[in-house]
Design a protein around this ligand. Structure first.
Ligand code: NAD
Length: 321
């Protein structure tokens, strides 16, 4: 088997390769060539951690395996990222373990790629203002990937902890974009694309905040009970997701489903848009929302790419196992 340590991932995987891997696997999911197994995610009652497994199989690429990991909110104070994950890949023909891959950077890259895929396929073509809600570890990956999809002229941002907004401002400046810290009503009115990436358990962005033909990528809600936007906003939008089963159980859709304002049949898999089976946005005035719950197949897709690159570049550690 091969080991690809976390420290090697940055030198191997980039945003373009992550985007391609994620876009392909979303398409394979919609055409039923790939499927995710049920997710296990538990509050373990220690260190405030959420821990679990995401897994699946892609019959097209033969990616088989799982990502083990979760979210340890106290890690940043210890100089570590709050997300800790590892991907294990198996040989689909024999079941033999194939590779052990560091999953921290890959998680950020594949999550940013997912919202970027949604922006590519669903955002208004002439989107100019990017609205960011959340200024944590994932937020900079999200912004970097998003700005590659449209000719944004400005970034506006809001965060529950305003002192963290300098992280967004610094990156916007690095990307040669002006940045403004705003309140949520201004963000909802001005932004053409909104990315929400927080660990919240109560909505920040309300239905009344959002006007016009906006695309919203809700990327933070990946666990039962979490919520970033008001359920009425989800109910009003044309809703797309990576996987419907996850959207209704652990994604942003769970709340509108629970209050009966959204039904499962209202939700469209983004892969159907990628495959050309759904038109996606139908007008500039439409409100579209992508519920990016984060599926195991995304992890397997990017990890498989990394293993190939690591072998090619001579940095994969081969172990007789
Ligand atoms: P982080 O801990 O670095 O940052 C957390 C962010 O949430 C900060 O901006 C913080 O100010 C904000 N926040 C905290 N409490 C809040 C509240 N009550 N209301 C509103 N905002 C609040 O976390 P991160 O690494 O940036 O990850 C953010 C979230 O994204 C996590 O919940 C994580 O589970 C989720 N995530 C989802 C996927 C996916 O595929 N969907 C992948 C990775 C991470």
């Amino acid at each position: 088997m091969y080991i690809v340590p976390e420290k090697e991932i940055g030198g191997l995987m980039d945003r373009a390769a992550s985007f391609e891997a994620v876009q392909s696997v979303f398409a394979a999911m919609a055409s039923k060539d790939a499927y995710n197994f049920p997710v296990i995610r538990e509050a373990i009652g220690h260190a405030d951690a959420l821990y679990g497994f995401k897994s699946g199989f892609d019959r097209k690429s033969l990616a088989l395996g799982l990502k083990s990991g979760g979210y340890w909110p106290g890690n940043e104070a210890k100089g570590m990222t709050n997300h800790q994950s590892t991907v294990i890949l198996f040989d689909a023909d024999t079941g033999k373990v194939k590779a052990l891959v560091g999953g921290n950077l890959l998680t950020a890259l594949r999550t940013a790629a997912a919202s970027a895929v949604s922006i590519k396929h669903l955002a208004p073509k002439n989107a100019k203002v990017l609205g960011m809600i959340g200024a944590g570890h994932q937020s900079t990956f999200q912004m970097r990937a998003a700005v590659e999809q449209r000719d944004f002229e400005k970034v506006i941002g809001w965060n529950y902890h305003p002192e963290m907004l300098s992280r967004l401002e610094d990156l916007a400046n690095e990307l040669d974009l002006p940045f403004e810290a705003v309140e949520l009503d201004q963000l909802g009115a001005e932004a053409d694309v909104i990315i929400s990436i927080t660990s919240a358990f109560a909505p920040s962005l309300l239905d009344a905040h959002v006007t016009g033909g906006t695309h919203i990528a809700c990327m933070g809600t990946d666990t039962k009970g979490k919520q970033e936007v008001e359920a009425a906003l989800v109910a009003r939008a044309t809703v797309f997701t990576d996987e419907i089963a996850q959207a209704i159980s652990i994604g942003e859709c769970q709340h509108a489903i629970a209050d009966g304002t959204l039904t499962q049949s209202d939700i469209i898999e983004i892969g159907a848009v990628i495959n050309g089976d759904h038109t996606g946005r139908s007008s500039d005035d439409e409100l579209t929302l992508f519920d990016g719950t984060g599926v195991g197949l995304q992890d397997l897709a990017v990890a498989s790419s990394v293993v190939d690159l690591a072998i090619k570049n001579g940095v994969a550690i081969e172990v007789d196992f």
